[in-house]
Design a protein around this ligand. Structure first.
Ligand SMILES: [Zn+2]
Length: 189
């Protein structure tokens, strides 16, 4: 894995999972290629785990991811969420999610469910998706960057955020606009 295709996180678990298929519009790039990739993503996004992940669990996580992506894009477009996607998200949300523990220094630590660590992480993803789709729907956005298909939740107070990340897509667009404005005129006379 190269730095260019490393995991990225925007702060909303359900949408972060959808970010593991990069460049959806131009050149879909799967970041969850192997079971170990899912374990690594969960380790950063939810809590560290050494639980086994097999191909079936990886496929199930990808199914959940795509259901969340379709549900979120439908919601942004004002369309109903497909029944099958709703059923899949609801089924994962029914499972026991992670829990929190107070640690010795007074901090809280997220722990995955013993015996179903990966499943509990996916339950957390599904629960966050439900929260986003039901109560965060007005702040769900599609990045305005050209070729960028990333979805994000606009938690800014004015609610006018346009980019998945200002550094990435915001800057790219500003640079392109700058170049257009200052391009030398080389066309035929
Ligand atoms: Zn973007």
């Amino acid at each position: 894995m190269t730095a260019a295709t490393a995991f990225r996180f925007g702060g909303r678990l359900a949408l972060d999972l959808t970010w593991t298929l990069r460049y959806r519009r131009v050149e879909p790039t799967e970041l969850l290629e192997r079971p170990g990739d899912l374990r690594r993503w969960i380790g950063v996004a939810v809590a560290p785990t050494r639980a086994p992940v097999d191909d079936d669990l990886l496929a199930a996580a990808i199914d959940l991811r795509e259901a969340v992506y379709r549900a979120a894009t439908a919601t942004i477009d004002g369309d109903p969420v497909r029944r099958a996607d709703r059923a899949l998200i609801n089924a994962w949300a029914e499972r026991p999610g992670p829990h929190r523990r107070l640690d010795a220094s007074g901090g809280a630590e997220v722990r995955l469910r013993t015996g179903d660590e990966i499943g509990s992480a996916l339950a957390a993803v599904a629960t966050d998706a439900i929260d986003l789709l039901a109560t965060g729907r007005d702040r769900l956005r599609r990045c305005a960057g050209p070729d960028c298909a990333l979805l994000f939740h606009d938690a800014s107070r004015p609610g006018r955020r346009r980019w998945c990340s200002a550094e990435r897509c915001g800057n790219r667009v500003n640079t392109m606009a700058y170049r257009r404005r200052h391009a030398p005129t080389t066309g035929p006379e």
